[in-house]
Design a protein around this ligand. Structure first.
Ligand code: TYD
Length: 143
């Protein structure tokens, strides 16, 4: 629910490395208002452990490997971001944590809105309550 793995378009240049790019509202299914990146994290450290109520984000690991642990209303799974051309879209009501699998990994995030602490759900029990209400709401006819 509200997640998608996307291929980031990549141009190779004959022994001179690669160039990867994505474009808001084209290959990324939302407008981008904010970009942030997390780095200098030791291997084994877990960050995140929250969900958002409205925000959409695209996570890319341009260098190294970060594993993203995900939970929606009915599933738990994980995605390894271990290639610069792999992107993970995470939308509302998906609980996520990011575990640094390699030292020096960088996590680049493009978000659909400006920073707003009020959009975060940082308490797990609140997440469980709100995700069930969200699923019930979106399943209603005409929702
Ligand atoms: P948080 O999103 O909890 O980071 P992570 O998911 O990597 O653990 O944010 C960590 C802190 O940084 C928190 O105090 C909020 C602040 N912050 C901003 O001020 N602006 C931002 O764009 C982001 C993403 C975080």
């Amino acid at each position: 629910m509200n997640t998608e793995v996307i291929d980031i378009k990549t141009i190779g240049s004959d022994g001179k490395g690669s160039l990867s790019f994505y474009e808001a509202q084209r290959t990324v299914p939302f407008p981008i208002r904010r970009v942030y990146y997390t780095y200098g994290v030791e291997a084994g450290i877990e960050r995140g452990a929250h969900a958002h109520r409205d925000l959409w984000q695209l996570l890319v690991c341009p260098n190294g490997c970060v594993e993203v642990l995900l939970e929606d209303e009915s599933h738990r799974w994980s995605e390894r971001l271990d290639r610069p051309d792999k992107g993970l879209v995470i939308g509302p009501y998906v609980w996520h944590s990011m575990v640094w699998r390699t030292e020096g990994a960088v996590l680049l995030v493009s978000a659909s809105d400006w920073y707003d602490e009020g959009d975060y759900i940082r308490d797990y029990d609140t997440f469980r309550r709100e995700v069930c209400a969200y699923v019930a709401r979106t399943a209603e006819p005409g929702a």
